[in-house]
Design a protein around this ligand. Structure first.
Ligand code: GLN
Length: 547
C-alpha cells in the first residue's frame, strides 16, 4: 500500500503548491521511490475541458484522454510519470457520480449527504491504484477554509484516520508576508491557517512557508512552536529564477528529508540528483539566445500555453540556448503587415485554439514563415491554418477554410479543407460523435498512433516512423484535398494508421515547416526534451546565425 502525502494550501492561493508537489515527487524518485501525483479540484466544473483558457489556463490532456488541470502537466514534467484519468478529479465530477448513483438507486433510498456519500466518493477516488506506487502525492486545490474545499479536507482526514498510523502525512503550504514598513516577516497568517486546518482535524506534519525574505532561525522556531510542527519540518520556500530549480532548492532546505522523517523512513536512501543537476547546468550555462514568436489568441495569459512555453524551454536546453518567447496576438496580423512584428525572430509557433477569432492572423503568420523560410511549428489549429494557407495561396482555393468557422457563424462561407470529424478509429474501435453530443465529449482526445513517411523531415526528427501523441480537437484536415495540396509541395508526412486522418504536414523545400494535428508539448520534459521542440529550436539557432 502506497504512503500518502496530502498537500494543502493556506493564507493565499497561487503559492506554488503544484510545483512543490511536483518537486517533492522528483525528489522521492531521486531517492529510488516510485511516485504518482494527483490533483483534487474543489470547483464545480466536471472537468476543465469546457473552461475558458482565460479562466483556468491550459487544459492538460492525458494519454487516456482526460482533460485535466494544468498542474498535471507539472507533475509529468518533473517526474516523467504519465498522468491518467484517475489522477484528476473535481467536485463537479464527484457530485455527478454521487447523483448518478442516487438516480440508479444504488444508495437504497437513503438520504444522500456530504458525509458520508460525497466524502466516500472522494475516498474511493483516492484509493484507486493505491497499491501501485511507493508514494501517492495528492494535492487539494484552493485554500483551507474555502466552502467548496471542505468535503475534500474532511475526506483526507477520514482517509488518514482509517489507515494504519504512519501511512499518511499532511503537508501544508503557507505564506509569510514581509512588512516593508516595519522590516518584519509575519507569521500570524500561517498560524491562523494551521489553526483552521487543525479545527477540521488535520495536523500538518510538514509546513512549507513561501517567503520573499530569508526566514531567520528564530521565526522558524516560533512557527514550529505555535503550529505544533517540528522545526526541521518548517521548510522555507524562496522565489526561484526557474521552476526547474525547485527539486534542488527544496532538497537543499530539507523538504524530502522532512517528508521521509515524518513517515519514519530511516535511514533514508541517499538521493541521486544528477538528472536535476544536468537540467540546471543546461539552464544556467546557455550559450546563446533565440527568439521565438508564439502567435496565438490567449497571449495575455501565459498559462494558457503553459506546456508549449515549457517545451520551448526544453528545446532550448537540448541545444544549450535560452529561448525568449515573444507573445504576439494573432489578430494584429488581420490589421497590420506581419513583417515589422516578425522580422528578426528566429522561429514562429502557432499554437492550438478554438473558434474563428484570430485565425486569419494565424494564416498570415504561416504564410509569412513559409515565404520567408523561417522555421514554423503549427500545433493543432496551427497545423490547420497552415493547410488553409497552402490551399488558398498555393492551390488557388481562395475560399478554403474550416467547417469550425462556418459552424460558429451559422453560415456556409468556406470550402472546408478542414472538416468536422464524426467517426474515427481508436485502436480497432470505432468512435462516433453526433452534433448533439455534450460539448465536453465531442473531441478526439488522448493518445493516437501515427505513421510517418520514410525520408520525411518528421521521420528524421523523431528517428522513427511510428509515433504516439496526444490529441484534443474536433476538426481534421480532409484527405480529399491531399493530392491537390501535395502538388503544391505540402507533404502529408504523417497519417493515422488507417491512412484516413492527416497527422502531420510539412512543406518540401522549406528549411523547417511542420504542422502537427496533435500536442507534442504535453510530452516534453526538461530531462527529455520532445524531439520536435528540440529540432525546432535547433532550426531556430541556425536561423539566428543567418539573420
Ligand atoms: N479548434 C480546432 C479543432 O477543434 C483545433 C483544436 C486545437 O487546436 N486544440 O479541431
Amino acid at each position: 500500500m502506497a504512503r500518502y502525502v496530502f498537500i494543502t494550501g493556506g493564507v493565499v492561493s497561487s503559492l506554488g503548491k503544484g510545483l512543490a508537489s511536483a518537486a517533492l515527487g522528483a525528489l522521492l524518485q531521486a531517492r529510488g521511490f516510485s511516485v504518482r501525483l494527483r490533483k483534487l479540484d474543489p470547483y464545480l466544473n466536471v472537468d476543465p475541458g469546457t473552461m475558458s483558457p482565460f479562466e483556468h489556463g491550459e487544459v492538460f490532456v492525458t494519454d487516456d484522454g482526460a482533460e485535466t488541470d494544468l498542474d498535471l502537466g507539472h507533475y509529468e514534467r518533473f517526474t516523467g510519470v504519465p498522468a491518467r484519468r484517475t489522477d484528476s478529479i473535481s467536485s463537479g465530477r464527484i457530485y455527478t457520480n454521487v447523483l448518478e448513483k442516487e438516480r440508479r438507486g444504488d444508495y437504497l433510498g437513503k438520504t444522500i449527504q456530504v458525509i458520508p456519500h460525497v466524502t466516500n466518493e472522494i475516498k474511493d477516488f483516492l484509493a484507486i491504484g493505491g497499491d501501485e506506487p511507493d508514494f501517492m502525492l495528492c494535492e487539494i486545490g484552493g485554500t483551507v477554509g474555502d466552502i467548496e474545499g471542505l468535503p475534500f479536507f474532511e475526506a483526507i482526514r477520514q482517509f488518514a484516520h482509517e489507515r494504519p498510523r504512519g501511512q499518511c502525512i499532511f503537508m501544508h503550504l503557507t505564506l509569510l508576508p514581509w512588512l516593508a514598513a516595519s522590516g518584519e516577516l509575519k507569521t500570524k497568517p500561517t498560524q491562523h491557517s494551521v489553526k483552521e486546518l487543525r479545527a477540521i482535524g488535520i495536523a500538518p506534519d510538514v509546513l512549507v512557508c513561501r517567503s520573499e525574505q530569508p526566514i531567520p532561525e528564530k521565526e522558524r522556531a516560533k512557527i514550529a512552536l505555535f503550529c505544533n510542527v517540528r522545526a526541521e519540518a518548517v521548510i522555507p520556500a524562496y522565489d526561484l529564477k526557474s521552476i526547474y530549480e525547485a527539486p534542488l532548492a527544496y532538497h537543499r532546505v530539507g523538504l524530502d528529508q522532512a517528508v521521509l522523517d515524518a513517515f519514519g523512513i530511516s535511514p533514508a536512501p541517499r538521493p541521486n540528483l544528477a538528472r536535476w543537476e544536468d537540467v540546471m547546468d543546461r539552464l544556467d550555462n546557455a550559450e546563446g539566445d533565440v527568439r521565438v514568436a508564439i502567435v496565438g489568441k490567449y497571449t495575455q495569459l501565459e498559462d494558457a500555453y503553459k506546456s508549449i512555453k515549457e517545451a520551448l524551454t526544453h528545446g532550448g536546453m537540448a541545444n544549450r540556448v535560452r529561448v525568449q518567447v515573444e507573445w504576439i496576438d494573432a489578430e494584429i496580423f488581420e490589421r497590420e503587415d506581419p513583417t515589422p512584428h516578425l522580422q528578426g525572430l528566429h522561429a514562429i509557433l502557432v499554437p492550438g485554439g478554438f473558434g474563428e477569432r484570430g485565425t486569419e492572423g494565424k494564416i498570415r503568420a504561416a504564410q509569412w514563415a513559409r515565404e520567408k523560410k523561417i522555421p514554423y511549428l503549427g500545433i493543432c489549429l496551427g497545423m490547420q491554418m497552415a493547410v488553409i494557407e497552402a490551399a488558398r495561396n498555393l492551390a488557388g482555393m481562395d475560399d478554403a477554410g474550416s467547417e469550425e468557422f462556418d459552424h460558429e457563424a451559422g453560415a456556409k462561407r468556406f470550402t472546408p479543407v478542414v472538416y468536422h470529424l464524426k467517426e474515427w478509429l481508436q485502436g480497432n474501435a470505432v468512435v462516433e460523435r453526433r452534433p448533439e453530443d455534450d460539448k465536453g465529449g465531442t473531441m478526439r482526445l488522448g493518445a493516437y498512433a501515427a505513421r510517418l513517411a520514410e525520408g520525411s523531415a518528421v521521420a528524421r526528427v523523431y528517428g522513427t516512423t511510428r509515433i504516439e501523441e496526444r490529441h484534443r480537437h474536433r476538426y481534421e484536415v480532409d484527405i480529399a484535398f491531399r493530392e491537390q495540396l501535395e502538388g503544391t509541395g505540402l507533404r502529408f508526412s504523417g497519417m493515422s494508421p488507417d491512412g484516413r486522418l492527416p497527422e502531420i504536414v510539412e512543406h518540401e523545400g522549406h528549411p523547417w515547416f511542420i504542422g502537427v494535428q496533435f500536442h507534442p508539448e504535453l510530452k516534453s520534459k526538461p530531462f527529455a526534451p520532445h524531439p520536435l521542440f528540440a529540432d525546432f529550436i535547433r532550426a531556430a539557432v541556425e536561423t539566428s546565425r543567418l539573420v
